[in-house]
Ligand binder design. Structure first.
Ligand SMILES: Cc1cc2nc3c(=O)[nH]c(=O)nc-3n(C[C@H](O)[C@H](O)[C@H](O)COP(=O)(O)OP(=O)(O)OC[C@H]3O[C@@H](n4cnc5c(N)ncnc54)[C@H](O)[C@@H]3O)c2cc1C
Length: 371
């Protein structure tokens, strides 16, 4: 009979959400085991745009706007700490972000959206300003803008990182802290025995008094077996990447950003395509048209790669931090901004889960809002 492996916490899923939470819990002194799936799994953590994006988050949920801002503010220290521990540069930069408007209507809508945000007058509200075409040109001297560009919104709190470096660095830091990552250890089922969570995998059984479900789109069956409602669905996002170019774009952006290596990322689409990870010529054409409409000189540049990823979306698009009522100690964590929230997940949510139950600060993110 194989031995049951035990720990203080079991984290199911080693994507950006699971890895950041596990890192935070290991840093707080807990023994942590991560059970992760295999290479064929759907992984948003390996397919995203790499933004730490603040300006448009939480317009319909002030708690999410505040949480996003807290995370962006923690990101600098978080990146330095991970870099010092692992030697991996996350290419973290908080240089401000642009959201381009390609018609007068888009610019007017943006102005109205920002006015609503400013009316909330919360201390954590992002400092978003709307720039007309002339002001935008002033921010990007020497850069040719397409004739359709009417302006952009700008927020100095927006930033970016290399998301693959983030995942790799978190995994290395976890190993350095003594946490165990079990790959190809898909959790098939979870049973609760005397208040402890017992998980069956092909690699044997694992047991712990705390159970954190962060398996992205794979979370649903395990959540439901613990009485946690998991109203999540996939949304496909396709991304294009160009060859490396000399630096020309000093700001990040929600549809166009130049990486630290010089490539330009263009993205991402928002498509209901079920679990289909295919890329399509239509989406590539739409993204390329947008890129050239903003920066016409990109028409002469080679595209080198395209890929698709699946976002994990809740009905309102905001994070879901759902505790099991029937089985205290089990919590499901999911969001579609796992890069942006990585610092808050590691520094703030992880210790709160260990202390459990999640307090008032996290109530807006509970499943109760969907009841
Ligand atoms: C196109 C696109 C662009 C994005 N852009 C951004 C962005 O710019 N900024 C931002 O903040 N966020 C962005 N995101 C979202 C971000 O990528 C996700 O929030 C984040 O990656 C979610 O990570 P996750 O750990 O929840 O899920 P995933 O990365 O999907 O990981 C889930 C993990 O769980 C494992 N798993 C599944 N089932 C089981 C099981 N039964 N047992 C054990 N393991 C299991 C899988 O193997 C996988 O490793 C984007 C996403 C997409 C798709």
């Amino acid at each position: 009979m194989t031995q049951t492996l035990t720990s203080d916490v079991l984290v199911i899923g080693g994507g950006l959400v699971g890895a950041a939470l596990a890192y935070g819990m290991a840093a707080a002194g807990a023994t942590v085991r991560i059970l992760d799936g295999g290479d064929g799994d759907i992984r948003a953590a390996r397919a995203n745009f790499g933004l730490i994006w603040v300006q448009s988050k939480g317009h319909d949920m002030p708690a999410y706007a505040r949480w996003t801002r807290q995370s962006a503010d923690l990101w600098g220290e978080f990146a330095v700490e991970l870099g010092a521990m692992t030697g991996v540069s996350l290419h973290h930069r908080q240089m401000g972000g642009l959201s381009y408007c390609l018609s007068d209507k888009q610019l007017d809508d943006k102005r109205a959206e920002i006015a609503r945000l400013h009316n909330q007058r919360a201390p954590w509200s992002p400092d978003v300003t709307v720039l007309d075409r002339k002001e935008l040109s002033g921010l990007l001297p020497g850069v040719k803008l397409g004739p359709a560009v009417r302006g952009a919104s700008f927020c100095p709190q927006d930033g970016e990182c290399n998301p693959l470096a983030l995942l790799s660095s978190l995994q290395q830091a976890l190993a350095a802290q003594g946490a165990s990552i079990h790959r190809n250890a898909k959790a098939h089922s979870v049973a609760v025995v005397a208040g402890r969570f017992r998980v069956a995998t092909e690699q044997g059984a694992f047991e712990a008094p705390r159970f954190v479900l962060a398996a992205g789109l794979g979370s649903k069956p395990l959540a439901e077996s613990l009485g946690i409602a998991a109203p999540i669905r996939p949304q496909r996002g396709q991304i294009l990447v160009t060859e490396r170019l000399p630096d020309f774009l000093p700001f990040t952006g929600d549809t166009l950003r130049q990486t630290a290596e010089g490539t330009v990322m263009v993205g991402a689409t928002h498509e209901d395509a079920g679990l289909d990870l295919s890329t399509t010529a239509d989406a590539s054409a739409e993204l390329a048209r947008h890129a050239v409409a903003v920066f016409p000189d990109l028409a002469r540049v080679n595209l080198i790669r395209t890929w698709a990823g699946l976002r994990v979306l809740t009905p309102d698009g905001n994070p879901l931090y759902a505790e099991s009522v029937d089985h205290p100690g089990a919590v499901m964590v999911t969001c579609h901004s796992g890069v942006t929230l990585a610092a808050a997940h590691a520094r703030l949510l992880a210790p709160a889960i260990l202390d459990g139950p999640l307090g008032r600060d996290f109530a807006p993110f509970s499943a109760a809002r969907f009841a």
